[in-house]
Unconditional design. Structure first.
Length: 270
């Protein structure tokens, strides 16, 4: 499967639709999805670095093993920095939509709370990966950190996997325009209004969920905010020129206002 192909402009559906299985706590003994190849991370935005993990996982899984992804909700940054300004690249609904479009068998989405944050690296590997999910293999980036106080790294995960009986594949970083692909860098580009640079790092157009707000259209409140200006976007099966306000409100340059759904940012025009 060509895992790195960007999503086409398909019709959006809310999370929970489209056949993607959601797992919150674990898989029972005998469940057919135990033994999966699991991608580890948060996958906010699913940039080209994340896509490289999926490439590697797809090769390992082949035609026989389930393929899954772990992505906590809420985002750990929201837990540790409650007063932080909107920063997310994707809402939970948009993220689930992407996972479903990629053909994953399930998403493991545990609640990131005080109890989860307090797990030691060994507890995470044993209680969550081995006992809870029964993974056969995990795939992660070289910079992956896990466990209480981010004490675990990819080296420790490899050691724990060896002792617990699951494989670990570490994928080197991916770079775009001489920068490491990361969600933080994508956010920086978006906040600077450099949509093309952000999209180059994402591997496809930044896809933002929009909502109705006081009779107007607006970016979902949790999303990162590009600067106010005129943007070229894909929406309603075509391109439109849309004004984005500093408050996240979206208005068309001409014609009727679009309806809530997915808005793909192609470029900043002014």
């Amino acid at each position: 499967m060509a895992w790195t192909q960007p999503i086409q402009h398909e019709q959006w559906q809310p999370a929970g639709q489209g056949g993607l299985r959601h797992v919150a706590e674990g898989l029972p003994a005998g469940d057919p999805d135990r033994g999966a190849v699991l991608l580890l991370g948060n996958f906010d935005g699913f940039h080209r670095g994340h896509q490289a993990l999926l490439d590697a996982a797809g090769i390992i899984a082949g035609e026989d093993l389930p393929l899954a992804v772990m992505s906590c909700e809420p985002h750990p940054r929201s837990f540790f920095c409650v007063a932080d300004s909107p920063f997310r690249l994707t809402t939970p609904a948009t993220k689930a939509h992407r996972f479903g479009a990629l053909g994953l068998d399930y998403v493991f989405s545990p609640t990131f709370d005080a109890a989860f944050a307090s797990l030691t690296p060994t507890e995470f590997a044993h209680d969550i990966l081995k006992q809870g999910l029964g993974v056969g293999h995990v795939v992660t980036g070289d910079d992956f950190r896990f466990g209480r106080s981010r004490a675990g790294d990819a080296d420790l995960l490899t050691q724990l996997g060896r002792s617990l009986g699951f494989g670990v594949t570490r994928v080197p970083e991916v770079r775009a325009n001489a920068r490491r692909c990361s969600s933080s860098q994508v956010r920086a580009f978006l906040r600077a209004g450099d949509i093309q640079a952000a999209n180059a790092m994402l591997g496809s157009a930044w896809t933002a969920e929009t909502v109705a707000s006081r009779g107007l259209l607006a970016l979902a409140p949790m999303l990162c905010r590009p600067p106010a200006g005129l943007y070229l976007c894909w929406i309603d099966k075509g391109t439109r020129h849309l004004h984005l306000g500093a408050d996240g409100v979206i208005t068309p340059e001409r014609g009727t206002a679009p309806v809530p759904g997915l808005l793909r940012f192609l470029d900043r025009l002014a």
